[in-house]
Design a protein around this ligand. Sequence first.
Ligand code: GDP
Ligand code: IMO
Ligand code: MG
Length: 428
Amino acid sequence: MPAIVLLGAQWGDEGKGKATDLLGSRLDYVVKFNGGNNAGHTVVIGSEKYALHLLPSGILTPGVIPVIGNGVVIDLQVLFHELDGLEARGIDTSRLLVSANAHVIAGYNRTLDKVTERFLGSRKIGTTGRGIGPTYADKMSRVGIRIQDLFDEKILRQKVEGALAGKNHLLVKVYNRRAITVDEVVEELLEHAERLRPMVADTTLILGEALARNEIVLLEGGQATLLDVDHGTYPFVTSSSATAGGACTGAGIPPTAVTRVIAIAKAYITRVGEGPFPTELFDDDGEQLRQIGHEFGTTTGRPRRCGWYDVPIARYAGRVNGVTDLVLTKLDVLSSWEQIPVCVAYDVDGERTTELPMTQTGFHHAKPVYEYLPGWGTDISGARVLTDLPANARAYVDFLEDCSGTRISAIGVGPEREQTVLVHDLLD
Ligand code: GDP
Ligand code: IMO
Ligand code: MG
């Protein structure tokens, strides 16, 4: 089995890190294909808990080769901080490969991210402030700095000059900040160059050769379908392609190599940052989901907005990504509710629809239409096979599977690797 895509079906934090870790040692390569250190993946292995931001979750699995693909934006300080943190805990990080074509997040882009948000005021996106948007904007504007540029100081200097030319006008004249010098940027970037050098590789060539040998390459998405810059709730999205199409460009793998697309969906939904969210709860139920599910951002610590499972979103994610398997996570969090609402359609200005509205205004107006399923009222965190689940929990899963249009191949019943009910082998 060659390339497998693993991505988020909702607004992120579905438990992608745990799912990647679960597939673990059966994989040969794990490639992060989009985003940067705006991601936050918590992986629990035995009594150890790891919070990863920039590194692919596969770095935790001995033998797997972790790859940071060309579609990623890299904050070098964060990269080495994360590597040092893992090494200090006894994780061997020496296999990491970094694409020569990945872009670098320079300090000026972190600054621009923050000041842009401030100037947007009430129209802000609620970004993670990590410089993600401005760095992808530079990439598209063709003034980005790539990893390979760090190894030719003359070229690096020219590129930084090009990038700063317009930015300094903006920083000084519009945002009332001080101008940034070429020297300080070059110095900041070169500080890491020698340590980085042995990791840098032609990753598309290496992955192409691995696929030709029939090795298993997992393309691990950061963020999620509704945060995708094309297919998400624009403009309240991240600035990269988090969907299956983005996996191919962000890793340099042809679509024909992808044989499976695994989407991770929570048994309810959360969102961090601004933007429409039809099933969002502002009452005790929302607070309870947040507390029981520990719904606080891994990256920024912000409380996550919480709401009920949304079938139109699951179906949309299935269609846009060509999902073959759903992994339903955090079912255990719902165990104390007597009945559980599931959004099966929207009412948009008096019209009922089971599709995502075509326009931003339509999505803002969408009111959830709920069906109510009976709860199960008992702890399910020890379940390991389907028959361990109480009848009502199975009925809830079956209902989501029927409505969402994709088979549910695994169910999460707790944060630990073993706390998983496997229904279908995800790699077979
Ligand atoms: P990611 O960004 O998609 O990798 O997800 P995050 O790591 O940001 O958020 C998911 C959180 O839920 C993490 O703290 C996981 O340890 C935890 N988690 C994952 N699966 C389950 C599950 O099935 N049940 C419970 N209770 N927690 C889970
Ligand atoms: P993982 O990989 C949840 C959200 C931010 C903000 C928007 C844009 O852990 O699922 P950005 O800094 O990317 O420009 O912010 O996207 N966001 C995430 N929300 N999980 C994530 O990653 C996210 N990465 C970005 O909160 O609303
Ligand atoms: Mg996360």
